[in-house]
Design a protein around this ligand. Structure first.
Ligand code: FES
Length: 515
């Protein structure tokens, strides 16, 4: 057994073989809703105090924890397997983080229609109540964030065994049940969208086909599904929109259906839909019956996870930077509350424009005064140069590398799609940006950093959460379901890692500027 003490209480839990201590704690329900990086050693939020003999610290822990903490018995629970009798203490504030922008009183209400978008990090919803036309919105953290930040971590967790897979499924169903609210009256019409991994997880399906190449969909969506919570007597019927390709899910089908329903076709094609999250999903729409799609792992940095002061965007978190006479100025919040992923893109874009970062992401000394004033904020620390603001290290070389990886992924995916679609860059008429980048970011920053070519700056439409908008369309527009169902059969999927030049092409794009 594993013994966990929090406050004055100690509980015992069975140990799941092969699972880290952090994964065992998630399975016990303790880390659900707490954003963890799942073993990268980047977030430090999984630290626990060993009451039994602590294991020897590994190199990652030596970097993340202080000598005093290590001597006292603190360890990162994601770096160790528990053994029978392992006994730990968890600080109360490291259990769950119920981050939500919702009016929680809404959860006691009933709904007439409800659209839900299960993102890897957040679950977003909108709905109307019976007899009302007022649209309510909200979001809550996806409880699965405690099992890892991205879809790969979730699949790895599920593959630890049926109990772990069930645990992931049940925490999603519990969140949806919580949203749906009262059960004593008729159930609402519900559409649930999301990326392929989230939909598979919700339905408790095996990840076979998604976990290893050659990838294949074993579930195509476009159908009603029944969600049943363990030990509950009632269940919920929901509509799952079609999934388009192994890693291009129902969220993209909804996004496309929304765009097709809201823009005149004569002004639309060819267009790009780019959905940024921990997985980037991209569509090149050449015509109503001709779509190329692909996806690429982007990691959790865009969600603010794993960066030096990274935080998931919420009230008080800095979401951007401006340049004033006094130097760098955080916008939308304080760096004391953390910096969102889009805040980091804004910061790096500003450093690029002022010449403080060169094309390869290295700190340099610019030739002009404005740049030099910012460069004066760069200090040397144990792991190299870092930008310090208000006495806090906010950007390290490792952070810049994470941003470069995002840029390289996007750049490579778009170049590959355009190549397979035999389309010139300039021929694209519109570029819809959805997902985590859909808000708080300016098109100028996207082209500055090289996510997109410069010629697309005026074509970029920051479209917000097109997945949720499309899911809502399916509830209120009778033609939307025909549109979304009609996509299947007109989609060609591009498997980027299977391309001959994948590694070389990706590495070549690890520099700022679209190339
Ligand atoms: S450092 Fe352990 S989960 Fe992030």
């Amino acid at each position: 057994m594993l013994y966990v003490t929090s406050g004055k209480q100690t509980h015992s839990y069975p140990i799941h073989a092969g699972a880290t201590l952090a994964q065992n704690l998630f399975a016990a329900g303790l880390y659900q809703g707490r954003p963890l990086c799942a073993g990268l050693g980047a977030c430090g939020r999984c630290r626990v105090l060993y009451l039994s003999d602590p294991p020897a610290p590994d190199d990652v822990e030596v970097n993340v924890l202080s000598t005093r903490q290590l001597t006292a018995g603190w360890r990162l629970s994601c770096r160790h397997l528990p053994v029978p009798g392992t006994s730990i203490r968890i600080a109360h504030d490291s259990l769950t983080t119920p981050a939500s922008g919702d009016d929680v009183s809404l959860y006691t209400e009933s709904w007439d229609r409800l659209a839900i978008d299960i993102g890897t990090t957040a679950i977003k919803w909108q709905g109307v109540q019976p007899g009302s036309s007022t649209l309510h919105y909200g979001h809550l953290l996806n409880p699965q964030v405690g099992a890892g930040a991205d879809v790969m971590a979730r699949m790895a967790f599920a593959q630890l065994g049926p109990a772990m897979s069930l645990c992931l499924q049940q925490c999603l169903i519990t969140s949806i049940e919580r949203l749906v609210g009262r059960k004593d009256i008729s159930r609402p019409a519900v559409v649930v969208t999301g990326n392929s991994v989230m939909i598979y997880s919700l339905l408790g399906r095996s990840f076979q086909g998604l976990a290893a190449s050659p990838y294949a969909l074993t579930y195509a969506g476009g159908a009603m599904a029944t969600l049943t919570r363990q030990h509950a007597s009632s269940s919920l019927q929901v509509y799952i929109p079609p999934l388009l390709a192994p890693f291009v899910g129902a969220d993209i089908a909804c996004g496309l259906a929304h765009i097709l329903g809201h823009y005149p076709v004569s002004e639309l094609f060819p267009f790009i839909l780019a959905d940024f999250g921990t997985n980037g999903e991209f569509v090149l729409a050449l015509g109503p019956d001709n779509y190329w799609v692909t996806s690429v792992a982007m990691g959790p940095a865009l969600e603010g996870i794993g960066l030096t002061r990274g935080k998931i965007a919420s009230s008080g978190v800095c979401t951007g930077f401006t340049l004033t006479r006094d130097g760098l100025c955080p916008a939308g919040g304080s760096i004391g509350h953390g910096i969102s992923g889009t805040g980091y893109l804004s910061l790096v874009s500003l450093l690029r424009r002022t010449g403080v970062l060169d094309d390869t992401g290295l700190f340099t000394r610019p030739g002009h005064l404005v740049g030099q004033r910012i460069e004066n904020m760069v200090q040397h620390n144990a792991s190299g140069k870092a930008l310090v603001l208000e006495g806090k290290t906010i950007l390290t070389g490792r952070d810049v590398e994470e941003i470069l990886k995002l840029k390289a992924s996007c750049n490579y995916a778009l170049k590959s799609l355009l190549g397979h679609g035999r389309l010139r860059t300039n021929a694209v008429r519109k570029v819809f940006v959805s997902g985590a980048l859909g808000g708080n970011l300016r098109p100028l920053e996207l082209v500055d950093l090289g996510f997109f070519p410069t010629s697309w700056e005026k074509k970029i439409c920051l479209a917000g959460n097109t997945a949720l908008k499309g899911a809502w369309d399916l509830l209120v527009d009778k033609d939307a379901r025909t549109r979304v169902q009609g996509l299947q059969g007109h989609v060609q999927s591009l498997d980027l890692p299977a391309q001959d030049d994948f590694a070389r092409g990706y590495v070549a794009k690890m520099r700022f500027g679209y190339c």
